[in-house]
Ligand binder design. Sequence first.
Ligand code: EPZ
Length: 419
Amino acid sequence: MQKIVVSGGAPLEGEVRISGAKNAVLPILCATLLADGPVEIGNVPHLHDVRTTARLLGGLGAGIGHDIEAGIVRVDPRTVDSHLAPYDMVKTMRASVLVLGPLLAKHGEAEVSLPGGCAIGSRPVDLHIKALEALGAEIVVEHGFIKARAGRLRGGHVVFPMVSVGATENVLMAATLADGTTVIDNAAREPEIVDLADCLRAMGADIEGAGTSQIIVRGVDRLRGATHQVIADRIETGTFLVAGAMTRGRVVATHARPDTLDAVIGKLADAGADVTIDGDRITVDMRGRRPKAVDIVTEPHPGFPTDMQAQFMAMNCVAEGTGTIDETIFENRFMHVNELMRLGADIHIEGHRATVRGVERLSGAPVMATDLRASASLILAGLVADGETVIDRIYHLDRGYERIEQKLSGLGARIRRID
Ligand code: EPZ
């Protein structure tokens, strides 16, 4: 089992190149199943979840070419001959459920293992199923599988009772090949959905309103192969900017998309950071200053992203003053709290609210990662803790961050991976 060892104390200084977004490339890879020709995707991050999704598509029979160094994945869906996403695949990555809509729309059938829950919550898929049924799919859930069938899907009106990124993506992809027009109300507005829609439009889909809460899709008979560059990862960007702020350094994120980070940049400014934007470069300068505590409420985009909650909690742990953090999206996304308290953090949880009283210094200790973003928050805390912090179960980390220790070392962090 690999671990990461961080020695605290060094302010981070320098530039870090941001990779393509995990939460954009995963649905986009699934969308390739809709095409009648090969799709080439660029700016693909080198992540465990990307390899898992490529394996899933290969298992369905698609041709896969993956040039990891170049960040390019080519998918040829013309050889797809299976419509089964097996349990052993789905249990390692719940985003596998995103093949449901494309397989149903393109092949009229799909059998996808029910994704289990995960550390941050039960994460049901009832909204995915209801939305696809609104397009005429017949779906039964039995023996741990979602079994879906459809003649040709027909355009329908989907009204989500609550915002769901994955369910919006599944029904958006399915609607592109449905007969007629689909209106999706209360759609998720995340930038990754806009990127998915951009890719689908490059393939010939007729979509308007992506990024707003109403998306209108006019079904077409077929989608062609295309080329698409994945959007920069806003959560990776936010993670490095918080690292710069809480270590009282100066970090420049390059190849970023500042327009996808308004809420995060606003909170960094509230913490006292000097944030400047120049094209695709975002600079956070906190040299010589201690961050001030900030209050966070996680919300669907364009609100403050739940995927940045753990990172800001780490910053609040060493900030001046007391900050409250309300997690409204997931029911159990405070798994990092106990680990941060092992490092000397002063955190009190009441329901969905964590109250964090900043301390002068944290002290390094062995801790355990529980989920992807919790892993990141423990590394950030280790960067400002006295002595060494050893983080175990870092396989969570490799699912969502490309070469994080190299990128942090490039900023002056004392960090290494050990077996
Ligand atoms: C996506 O997950 C992201 N994953 C998550 O990022 C992110 O935290 C989340 O959106 C919210 O922004 C990917 O894009 C691969 P949801 P998703 O459906 O689609 C409930 C990370 O760290 N819900 O918007 O699964 C659900 O339980 C990961 O990169 C239902 O009740 O999130 C949750 O409480 C973590 N029924 C809320 O909605 C459903 O059918 C939001 O979930 C679907 C969701």
